[in-house]
Design a protein around this ligand. Structure first.
Ligand SMILES: Nc1nc2c(ncn2[C@@H]2O[C@H](COP(=O)(O)OP(=O)(O)O)[C@@H](O)[C@H]2O)c(=O)[nH]1
Ligand SMILES: [Mg+2]
Length: 197
């Protein structure tokens, strides 16, 4: 079992710098701004300040690498879909993310974080398309489940599963909450499977 509590920041790169060596094992975390990506990375690693959480969306403008051991890395992709940023900045993010997702050989899978109250927005579907085009496995994490009642949670889970059922590439869906930690063992198990194979 991987010890995610060992995770520490290693490096970052942006549109204007070079990515780190592409010869290890990586899982990327993607999601709309404010979906709860930083909080889920913090919950996963048991570190409250690993990935900055913020109620102000659109902050993370670079790709951050957190090392779990010498050859395994969690990759925090920039949040997308934040309306108040300029078109140029949006295009820059899009280019950075698309380039990374399409070409990165080290990637074993992509975790797509979605607010369970607002799943499968346009940008989420774009992510799924890029991953599907190169058969990169995906895991959708429906977070902030603590905000909904059980029947609403199940309804959304089934609806999202149904929406992605025709996708040929491996794609799984789970419920999560960084507040209550529901779904944390399931997320850990997924990452263990991806990063140990
Ligand atoms: N109730 C609840 N709030 C959450 C959860 N995850 C994140 N949040 C809140 O949602 C906001 C955005 O979270 P953050 O992790 O910074 O989102 P990011 O932009 O995707 O990295 C913050 O105010 C968090 O406290 C969750 O599981 N439950
Ligand atoms: Mg964040």
């Amino acid at each position: 079992m991987l010890n995610f509590k060992n995770a520490k920041f290693v490096t970052a790169f942006s549109a204007s710098s070079k990515p780190p060596e592409d010869r290890f094992i990586e899982v990327a975390f993607a999601g709309r701004s404010n979906a709860g990506k930083s909080s889920s990375l913090n919950a996963l690693t048991g570190q409250n300040k690993l990935a900055k959480t913020s109620s102000k969306p659109g902050r993370t403008q670079q790709i951050n690498f957190f090392g779990i051991d010498e050859k395994r890395f969690l990759v925090d992709l920039p949040g997308y879909g934040y309306a108040a940023v300029s078109k140029t900045l949006k295009e820059e993010w899009q280019g950075l993310m698309e380039g990374f997702l399409r070409s990165r050989q080290s990637l074993r899978g992509v975790v797509i974080i979605m607010d369970i109250r607002h799943p499968l927005k346009d940008n989420d579907c774009q992510m799924i398309e890029w991953c599907d085009e190169r058969a990169l496995p995906m895991h959708i994490v429906l977070t902030k489940a603590d905000k909904l009642k059980k029947n609403q949670i199940n309804k959304t889970l089934f609806a999202v599963q149904k929406s992605v059922q025709d996708i040929k590439t491996e794609i799984t869906v789970q419920v999560f909450s960084s507040e209550t930690k529901v779904g944390l063992p399931e997320l850990r198990a997924k990452l263990n499977t991806w990063m140990n194979s």
